[in-house]
Design a binder for this molecule. Sequence first.
Ligand code: URA
Length: 431
Amino acid sequence: MDMLQIIEAKKRGSELGESEIEAWVRGVVDESIPLYQSASLLMAIRLNGMTFDETWLLTRAMANSGDRVHYKGFPVVVDKHSTGGVGDKVTLILAPLVAACGVPVAMLSGRSLGFTGGTIDKFESIAGVTCEFDDLTLQRMMQEIGWVNAQPSSRIAPADRALYALRDVTGTVDSIPLITASIMSKKMCGGGTHLCLDVKCGPGAFMQNFDDARKLASSLKQVGILGGLKMAGVISRMAEPLGQAVGNYVEMWEAVRYLTEWPKTPLAELVMALADHMLKMYMPDEEKRAAMLMSAIESGAAIEALRRYLDFCGGDVRAIDQLMSMELTQEGVAVTSTRDGFVNDIDGYGLALCARELGAGRITQNDRIDPMAGFILEKQLADEVKAGDVLLLVYGKKAKSWLSQNRERIPALFTIGNSAIDKASIILDEV
Ligand code: URA
């Protein structure tokens, strides 16, 4: 198959067939197709789109490009995918919560890169914890503690690994067919039988308006069904950082708070909606599901599920105890408001960039992070603020030095208006 003909066909807007798509994906993995030709095809796809059939064929070819995890003896395994957002710590709360209700959970997660945070970095902010395992250890983890969260091996969807890196540097990330194939190829290989989606919509998300979020959700759902997964989920509003903490250890700290105290916030509403979907396939009775989830928190079963996971991953007992008692190893440095009013907007993207500068994230894959670096927001959307009130606390080795040069940047990320705004529900729709 001549790659140039495939590029020309997509450039003209023609539909690619099975043999063309499979030849391309094979050539990406065995490196027989030069990156400049793949880059050119990616841009043609970005500009001219793909039909649903093409999107499915691309997803299947990418899923078949490597290995698949199977949890033997577990006919139902639930997974969750979020399209990502600043402060998104849902997995840290949701996975132990659902597992504590007796439902096997398996998720493969990534590390932070660019302005995105990474669930693996959040777990690994606890001293001793490592989340890289071989297949046999994943099986043992599922058997011993009932849930798995790990970094995917390089053998899971290697075609996506190569293509995602290329998309990142060629302006071709924002394409619904390419996002669908990238996400669903990995999900088809991660060992889950059921997938719960959290498609974000808002200024800090891939999909900034509701119509695009709906299109992405529908594309993910339809491809997932063809790939043999039972699909459910929500479209959720991403209008501000999700919860109070942005960083790694600080997000673990906040997750513990939810697993023990369950504050009534938009984050709790989102976790509950996703957990409810994940339990639904076991338990049709909605009231029983809600009661079971609350009892997992109140009885301590949910926090125990997190403790057992961290212990399995090699966490230092003292570090786990410190986390469970919600001790922060450092005092945060306060940044205060200069005016009275109401929080009308918080620039989550700007906050994520600041968190990365503090050391919470990476610019390149080899950068080392400071596990403690990040923010805890003391004011959130719609809150009333008085001049002198603390807007947020800054953490990390570089907190003081970074602030001495950037103090005015933080208040600029908060839009304080004269009038109060309504806090709308975080759930916009069902998938
Ligand atoms: N997450 C992925 O895994 N792939 C994309 O293309 C976008 C988000």
